[in-house]
Design a protein around this ligand. Structure first.
Ligand code: ATP
Ligand code: MG
Length: 433
């Protein structure tokens, strides 16, 4: 094949389980390759996050070949092959969409705006490649023959360090507007440029993101902000004017006072933690992203609606979360801790006696304290409140939740993503005699 490059990837980078899956498929007479982001990352000498396999075997055939597998997905069926905690995703080659050809393709599969709604037609490897988003994501690697198949010049774009959509940007963004967010994400992740046409169309078609279900946008926000390059992703989103489609109320406040700085600092802190392999939680990031809208709504309720200060917190949080859910969902396990972080900000000025102790004992104190420090760092004048709580923890090591000693800035430890909530044991109290 003319577009096959012979490349040997380092054996230790190649995932053994993904290799096993490819091998078994090939031995059963099917075509099979590693595909997409994992090949891209391997060629860039980065460790891939996950490994995907692409094959001409149909999902049922894949499932029958692997005992440890199950079929998932509605829009497009794929098979998860499980090896302990690791999953290798196997997808069947997808057929190309005949864009204007509504006679041969049931138009109920495409929305009026051109978005693909359902999608279970199988095709060849070349068709599959054309259905992928960017050229650098349309690379196929055959580990047995040590060959990279590159039908769309993805390697050239890797060398040029550019992110280029396959096909016409307008069509591809209409089919799936999330590709705009993916372009920004890969730029942040890889440090590449976005090719000019691919880039300029983001500003033009960003509004299409309004058609995407909030649950999917939430997932994309997690990928953007919880992968170690959140700060660059945020800058990228605002540069391309795409942020407004995710957090419209926040967007409107970015120019005002300290809001942008606070978000930037929260994302920087998240990136640093991920770099140090420390746990992070979306609750903290959402607390920073929506702090501005929360404060504004709270003030409006107090000034215009005569709501009491105590009720204003609850009501403002309810309203802000309800509105944000129209854009990105926020699961309760994150919105709960986010509200705690916010509400504690209003309790932290209580510096004495039982009130202070009960703040310090709150299970979200650690995150709230860190949030307070970021507010100060962003330029808010809180009259030394951060310093007070730093000193408080040193003076009252048993009050602060968790083992505070020696770790006065260990925020984000509560509600970590993906893990079950666990009650944290309080440090043993000294005997009272
Ligand atoms: P990473 O896993 O590092 O975030 P990735 O490129 O592997 O990046 P995934 O979301 O894991 O991204 O998707 C795997 C592959 O599936 C992509 O490389 C791409 O080929 C294809 N793909 C994913 N999402 C889309 C999409 N919205 N449109 C077209 N192709 C897509
Ligand atoms: Mg991937």
């Amino acid at each position: 094949m003319s577009d096959a490059l012979s490349i040997t990837l380092k054996a230790d980078q190649l995932n053994l389980n993904a290799r096993k899956v490819v091998k078994r498929l090939q031995e059963s007479g099917f075509e099979a390759y590693l595909v997409g982001g994992c090949v891209r990352d391997l060629l860039l000498d980065k460790q891939p996050k996950d490994f995907d396999v692409s094959t001409n075997a149909h999902p049922e055939e894949v499932r029958d070949l692997f005992r440890n597998s199950r079929m998932v997905g509605r829009r497009f069926k794929i098979v998860h092959v499980r090896f302990g905690r690791e999953i290798v995703e196997v997808a069947t080659f997808r057929a190309e969409h005949p864009e204007e050809d509504h006679d041969t393709y049931d138009s109920s599969h495409i929305s009026e705006g051109g978005m693909i709604l359902s999608d279970n037609r199988y095709g060849t490897f070349r068709e599959d490649a054309r259905r992928r988003d960017f050229t650098i994501n349309a690379l196929y690697y055959d580990p047995e023959n040590e060959e990279v198949l590159d039908p769309l010049d993805g390697v050239k774009d890797l060398e040029k360090r550019q992110i280029r959509l396959i096909g016409s940007p307008e069509d591809r963004y209409r089919e799936d507007p999330v590709r705009m967010l993916r372009a920004v994400r890969f730029r942040a992740k890889l440090g590449f440029d976005i090719e000019q046409d691919t880039r300029s169309a983001i500003g033009e078609f960003g509004y299409l993101l309004q058609d995407i279900p909030p649950a999917r946008l939430f997932e994309e926000v997690l990928k953007l902000f919880m992968s170690g390059y959140a700060q660059r992703a945020f800058t990228g989103l605002t540069d391309e004017d795409a942020f407004r489609w995710l957090f419209p109320d926040t967007q409107n406040l970015l120019a005002e006072s300290h809001h942008q700085k606070l978000i930037d600092l929260a994302l920087e802190s998240t990136d640093t933690r991920i770099g140090n392999e420390m746990p992070v939680t979306p609750a903290f990031i959402f607390a920073a992203l929506l702090w501005g809208p929360f404060l504004k709504e709270r003030q409006r309720l107090i000034d215009d609606e005569g709501v009491t200060i105590y009720a204003a917190n609850m009501e403002a949080a309810n309203n802000v979360v309800a509105k944000q859910q129209l854009f990105t969902s926020i699961p309760k396990r994150f919105s709960g801790p986010m509200r705690d972080i916010w509400f504690l900000q209003f309790r932290m000025p209580n510096k004495t006696g039982k009130k202070a102790a009960s703040v310090a004992n709150h299970k979200r104190f650690r995150a709230a304290y860190d949030f307070l420090l970021l507010r100060e760092k962003s330029g808010e004048d809180l009259q030394g409140l951060g310093e007070f709580w730093t000193q408080y923890q040193i003076d009252n090591p048993l009050d602060a939740q968790g083992s505070s000693r020696g770790r006065p800035t260990d925020h984000q430890n509560s509600g970590r993503q993906g893990s079950r909530r666990r009650r944290r044991k309080r440090p043993p109290r000294a005997p009272s005699t």
